[in-house]
Design a protein around this ligand. Structure first.
Ligand code: NAI
Ligand code: MG
Length: 351
């Protein structure tokens, strides 16, 4: 197949980990007779420096024309003056909004060999395989804000249509996994949550083969620590999802391992590791590339429809972890290139 992939390396370790992900995608293309066309564009702090804009017009145009966008990370101390008018994060937030990517997918699996890095007891982690679906473009983060000297408000607003589309994504995903959806809300207190729950119940009728359960967010925060293996797809609104996904990320042991996908109505998506630009290790060739490589696997699955290739990349990553090729965040000494080469070798072995 033919695909156009926009690559936005960004700042800090972004260029190092996106280079790793691109090399894996090139390998998949070469071995599967696919024609992937890559083009690199600026976003974040480096785009402020070069173009005076964290999301240059050219970058946005290319992303809108692409089949998929692969992003590294943005930000760094040199651009974090709170009084600065231009900030790297603005570029990323605008890109998500412009692409209309309302569903943020974050898979969390705990690899048996890495369970000891997790703060939880090993026996609780066995079989953890979660897929979070966080609503990304509504709720308190986007609602009206007011402020007087001593009072502040952040409006949380959701429409049925906004809730339906993200829930449908969650149910569709559940069909490719364990056919269970846990919808998280605070319906005992919040009106938006009552609308969320009613809508979830209605959408569930479209998916009679998928089981729906509801959890209150405070309870879910506890259950993620006490019974993380009991859940499959977990769908929730923006603010709850922001908090719960960071909690779940801690289960996996290192930020460097975790990928994400942000999807809208079509197949175009934005793919990025969940970690930031890690200025403390940038430029040293020691960043863990696996989160970016697993984001490339999500890109193959969700934007290009290459589920077999996606699974092959995920299995190659598993085998690299099985073999104990660890970067420093996992307690090893492999560099970014060495870890990437190990993934490429594992992919070749299989082919
Ligand atoms: P961070 O995720 O960049 O780093 C947190 C810690 O994890 C650091 O010790 C770092 O070295 C380590 N780490 C992160 N990714 C790693 C990897 N792939 N391999 C090995 N170690 C890794 O978060 P932090 O330090 O809070 O933020 C740094 C900058 O990144 C800030 O400017 C922040 O705004 C930005 N940021 C950007 C995000 C994005 O582009 N989506 C997300 C989060 C933060
Ligand atoms: Mg967060």
């Amino acid at each position: 197949m033919k695909a156009r992939i926009a690559v936005l390396p960004g700042d800090g370790i972004g260029p190092e980990v996106t280079a790793a992900a691109v090399s894996v995608l090139r390998h998949v293309a070469a071995h599967g007779d696919h024609d992937f066309e890559f083009s690199e564009h600026a976003i974040g702090g480096c785009a402020i420096d070069a173009h005076g804009d964290p999301l240059p017009a050219e970058t946005l145009i290319v992303c809108k024309q692409a089949d998929a966008v692969l992003l590294g990370a943005v930000g760094g101390p040199q651009w974090s003056d709170p009084k600065a008018k231009l900030r790297p994060e603005q570029g990323l937030l605008r890109l998500r909004a412009e692409l209309g990517v309302f569903a943020n997918l974050r898979p969390v699996r705990v690899h048996a060999r890495l369970a000891e890095l997790s703060p939880l007891k090993t026996e609780r982690l066995s079989g953890v395989d979660l897929m979070f679906v966080r609503e990304l473009t509504g709720g308190a983060y986007f609602g009206a804000k007011t402020r007087t000297a001593d009072t502040a408000t952040d409006e949380t607003r959701y429409t049925t249509a906004e809730i339906e589309r993200v829930l449908r994504r969650a149910f569709q995903l559940a069909r490719t996994r364990g056919r269970r959806v846990t919808s998280v809300d605070k319906a005992n207190v919040l009106e938006t949550s009552r609308l969320w729950r009613e809508t979830a119940q209605r959408v569930a009728h479209e998916f009679p083969d998928v089981a729906l359960e509801h959890q209150l967010v405070d309870s879910m925060a506890m259950l993620l620590l006490t019974r993380p293996a009991a859940y499959d797809v977990i769908v929730t609104e923006n603010l709850f999802g922001d908090i719960l996904t960071d909690e779940a990320a801690a289960l996996a042991g290192s930020l460097g391992l975790l990928p994400s996908a942000s999807l809208g109505e079509g197949t175009r998506g934005l793919y990025e590791p969940i970690h930031g630009s890690a200025p403390d290790i940038a430029g040293r060739g020691v960043a863990n590339p696996l989160g970016a490589i697993l984001s490339a696997a999500l890109l193959l699955r969700h934007s290009l429809g290459l589920a077999g290739e996606a699974a092959a990349v995920e299995q190659a990553v598993d085998r690299v972890i099985d073999a104990g090729v660890f970067t420093r965040d996992l307690g090893g000494s492999a560099g970014t290139r060495e870890a990437t080469a190990a993934v490429l070798a594992a992919l070749s072995e299989r082919a």
